[in-house]
Design a protein around this ligand. Structure first.
Ligand SMILES: Cc1ncc(COP(=O)(O)O)c(C=O)c1O
Length: 464
């Protein structure tokens, strides 16, 4: 007699849940992308305390369908074009399901041989596909924000090893472009670097870091007695997907003896495409690189990969082994808990391994290539309508565009489009002007979805 759900019941509702997922994925366009809900409405509709007695699974699944799903923004929707669009693909979902069943804690090799070794194997494949050299060690964290924080911590460890013991870091400065993601600032805040010590390097007309300015700012800081220690370049910035000139930046970082971290959270998977690889030139000389399979690699949230050529330094920054976790030191038995803040680790590699195997390099290449082609086609439609303009280069699968003229009508148009529930676009501000962003990245997105979106945008164009 077990306390858990009996196997027959599990099987019955397991099939039901899988049937629901299959129907959801097949008919996903029937759902609104943005739910039509008011803040607090779901909370008010749910009981304010938990049930005294267990409830039947039928009721749980019914309430999931009737209350939870209608209050959900459907990120997996093919017309979710906001922020960076993402995909939970079929193999990714199944991998996630099996991860939950195994419920492994991947802190030590001993606690989870398969989770530890599959992480190295899957990240080795991804490293090869993206053209990175073998000396990059890969590790999975939950998000790019956390991956980058660990990279900055390793940079700090390399330059200021005494800080781990003593704390009290002062005068350290780091650099990123003014278009870098706020996660870089947050990493610096968390590590005691200080927000004001994250220097924002200006960008060129295409939103790419100016290496000459970086060099000048490092020189100025040095002359003022400050201690530069880290540079972050971005290959695929959040607002426009601009690509910082990594080759020039790595030269500067090396000359000044600074750690170079590359934020390829969104753009990284595009390095699988031979024709896109030149955009990443120089990243193979970086100290660390982050890329997110949960952004543009069809793997369900969350999974972020940090590659580093300085795994020894990362380990030095974090390794602290209490007696109860001490194990025999077989060199092939890597203990991934040594490479970060967290002790417990989910078996995230399984879903990535499923995705990489199911689609293969060729399959992934053709999906990414199609997304890039679709973005260019959409930009072509925008350019061919004189009422609109494309306001940033279309480098990967994002189009930044606006209606010519003032900001307010642009904002109103975006809100009108989103209110239909058929499409979700987001915005940014470029050179002081409001711009709409259409980010392609969902595995189910088709040219028809783009056509529907463009027609909606035009229909919401303010007349009169
Ligand atoms: C370039 C870049 N870096 C980092 C992040 C943060 O990603 P995460 O949500 O995985 O922390 C984003 C999010 O969109 C991003 O665009």
């Amino acid at each position: 007699m077990t306390h858990d759900m009996p196997p027959d019941e599990f099987r019955r509702f397991g099939y039901e849940a899988i049937d629901w997922i299959a129907g959801f994925l097949a008919n996903i366009r029937d759902y609104r992308v943005l739910p039509d809900v008011q803040p607090g409405a779901l909370t008010d509709a749910l009981p304010c305390s938990g049930p005294e007695h267990g409830e039947p699974m039928e009721e749980l699944l019914r309430d999931f369908r009737d209350q939870i799903v209608p209050a959900t923004t459907i990120w997996n929707h093919p017309r979710f074009f906001a922020y960076f669009s993402i995909s939970a693909s079929g193999p990714g979902i199944l991998g996630e399901l099996l991860t939950a069943a195994l419920d492994v804690n991947g802190m030590l090799w001993k606690s989870s041989p398969a989770a530890t070794e599959l992480e190295q194997v899957a990240l080795g494949w991804l490293r090869q596909w993206t053209g990175l050299p073998d000396d990059f060690f890969g590790i999975i964290y939950d998000t790019a924000s956390v991956s980058s924080m660990h990279a900055i911590a390793a940079a700090r460890e390399l330059m200021f090893p005494e800080v781990r013991e003593n704390g009290g870091l002062t005068g350290a400065v780091m650099y990123c472009s003014e278009h870098a993601h706020s996660s870089i600032d947050k990493g610096a805040i968390a590590l005691g670097i200080g927000h004001k010590n994250v220097r924002k390097v200006p960008v060129d007309a295409e939103f790419r870091m100016l290496p000459g300015e970086l060099d000048r700012m490092i020189g100025e800081d040095r002359a003022a007695g400050r201690k530069p220690f880290c540079v972050v370049a971005t290959t695929g910035t959040t607002s426009t997907t601009s690509v910082d000139p990594v080759a020039a930046i790595v030269d500067i970082a090396e000359r000044h003896g600074l750690w170079l971290h590359v934020d390829a959270a969104y753009g990284g998977p595009a390095a699988i495409l031979p024709e896109m690889r030149p955009l990443f030139a120089g990243w193979e000389r970086a100290d660390s690189i982050v890329m997110n399979p949960h952004k543009w690699l069809f793997t369900p949230t969350d999974i972020s990969v940090l590659y580093t050529r300085r795994a020894d330094v990362l380990r030095r920054a974090f390794s602290l082994v209490p007696e109860y976790l001490k194990t025999a030191g077989d060199p092939r038995a890597v203990n991934l808990m040594d490479y970060g803040v967290q002790l417990g680790r989910r078996f995230r590699a399984l879903k990535l391994w499923f995705v990489l195997r199911y689609f293969g390099r060729e399959g992934i290449t053709s999906i990414l290539r199609d997304h890039i082609a679709m973005a260019r086609e959409f930009a072509g439609w925008v350019r061919s309508d004189e009422r609109f303009e494309v306001v940033a280069p279309v480098t990967f699968s994002l189009v930044c565009f606006r209606m010519r003229g003032p900001d307010e009508p642009n904002r109103a148009m975006m809100e009108a489009v989103n209110a239909t529930g058929q499409v979700f676009l987001s915005h940014t501000v470029l050179n002081g002007r409001f711009a709409l962003r259409l980010a392609i990245g969902n595995i189910q997105t088709t040219r028809d979805d783009l056509r529907v979106t463009w027609d909606l945008v035009k229909a919401c164009y303010p007349h009169g």
